[in-house]
Design a protein around this ligand. Structure first.
Ligand code: GDP
Ligand code: MG
Length: 389
């Protein structure tokens, strides 16, 4: 039988962000290798991370690799996403649920467009702590050039409201560490130390009623339907009754796992699989919410503060106006909605406005909840719910 998950250290969710080819996946593999050699975790090779199983859910392809590892003080779930579109989807919908992030910047190339976009996204979704990995430092023989890239990155972070002057910037080589070079292995350890000390343990709402946005649905032959996702708040135990909002059904949790290990109780921040008794595979889907029965009332109408992305940030070139009907990415859900823009009736790219939204279907909503606005497969806005009607 499988070894049970034993909660001995605080659990955090982190991930790599940054421009394509700057070395996110290589670094992710290198972290698992360095820690595996220290005896805390399993080495996950590059190919296993980069070819994470694709999940086609409701027309959007979700591609996200989770690896887990432990440092001396913490247990981490780490996400690595292959493409820019995956960042937009998973970060803004909260599927990635990052408590902190490692921004990977190639010391050879410096800031590139997706570096800036991911920093902007991180700020929008409330990732308050970023550690920088100046990667490919093995290939840069001019120290002054790396110094310049470091300055540039600190500047970018400051521009987006981060403490750019004090953010840890660690020069690493994921590739050389993977090859076992001691100097660069030490650089990965330094990076992990920076993450351990700089990213604070987030506040977890353990006393709140249980809530989990469904990321994925699977069938385990002979056992039933399993939903996966990160617990947003509260705790859940085997035997607990839960409600699936959007499917209008109740069930009982008959199994709980994290990273393939059975557990008795899952809590806010954990990435888990819940086995639900008597639920048909097609009765549940990504975007629904599993919660303590009666703890949330789904709604369709809310007010929000919305930032309309500028064209430079990948947003629209033309204003949006009342009657605009984009997709709203709320938690893991993707719902169409009508937007009303108040008296002015329009908002130009780059502006922040107050809007009223009426969604096409009810979803659990609450003040402070973040969401993204998408149109034709790209993000055009990001917002926060201010009031639920
Ligand atoms: P991602 O798109 O950000 O995930 O980047 P990858 O991890 O796929 O790496 C892109 C390319 O950069 C690959 O050819 C890697 O071998 C190379 N690379 C990654 N890390 C390093 C590094 O530390 N040093 C050098 N010289 N090359 C690296
Ligand atoms: Mg990659």
């Amino acid at each position: 039988s499988k070894t049970a998950y034993v909660r001995t250290k605080p659990h955090l969710n982190i991930g790599t962000m940054g421009h394509v080819d700057h070395g996110k996946t290589t670094l992710t593999a290198a972290i698992t290798k360095v820690l595996a050699e220290r005896g805390s975790g399993t080495f996950v090779p590059f190919d296993r991370i980069d070819r994470a199983p694709e999940e086609a859910a409701r027309g959007i392809t979700i591609n996200i690799a989770h690896v887990e590892y432990e440092t001396d003080t913490r247990h981490y779930a780490h996400v690595d996403m292959p493409g820019h579109a995956d960042y937009v989807k998973n970060m803004v919908t909260g599927a990635a649920q990052l408590d902190g992030a490692i921004l990977v910047v190639s010391a050879l190339d410096g800031i590139m467009p997706q570096t800036a976009e991911h920093v902007l996204l991180a700020r929008q979704v409330g990732v308050d702590h970023i550690v920088v990995a100046l990667n490919k430092a093995d290939g840069a023989d001019d120290e002054e050039l790396i110094d310049l890239v470091e300055l540039e990155v600190r500047d970018l972070l400051t521009q987006h409201g981060y403490a750019g002057d004090s953010v840890p910037v660690v020069r690493v080589s994921g590739l050389r560490a993977l090859e076992g070079d001691p100097r660069w292995t030490a650089s990965i350890e330094a990076l992990l130390d920076a993450v351990d000390t700089y990213v604070p343990m987030p506040e977890r709402y353990l006393d709140a009623p249980f809530l989990l946005p469904v990321e994925n649905v699977l069938t385990i032959t002979g056992r039933g339907t399993v939903v996966t996702g990160a617990v947003e708040r509260g705790t859940v135990r085997i035997g607990d009754r839960v409600e699936v909002l959007g499917a209008e059904l109740e069930s009982v949790v008959t199994g709980l796992e994290t990273f393939g290990k059975p557990m008795e109780e899952a809590q806010a921040g954990d990435n888990v699989a819940l086995l639900l008794r008597g639920v048909a595979r097609d009765a549940v889907r990504r975007g629904l919410v599993v919660a303590a029965p009666g703890s949330v009332v789904p709604r369709r109408r809310f007010s929000a503060q919305v930032y309309v992305l500028s064209a430079r940030e990948g947003g629209r070139t033309t204003p949006v106006s009342t009657g605009y009907r984009p997709q709203f990415y709320i938690r893991t859900a993707d719902v169409v909605g009508d937007m009303h823009l108040g008296e002015a009736g329009v908002a130009r790219p780059g502006e922040t406005v107050t809007v009223n939204v009426e969604l096409g279907r009810e979803v659990p909503l609450e003040p402070g909840l973040g969401f993204a606005i998408r149109e034709g497969g790209r993000t055009v806005g990001a917002g926060t719910v201010t009031a639920v009607v």
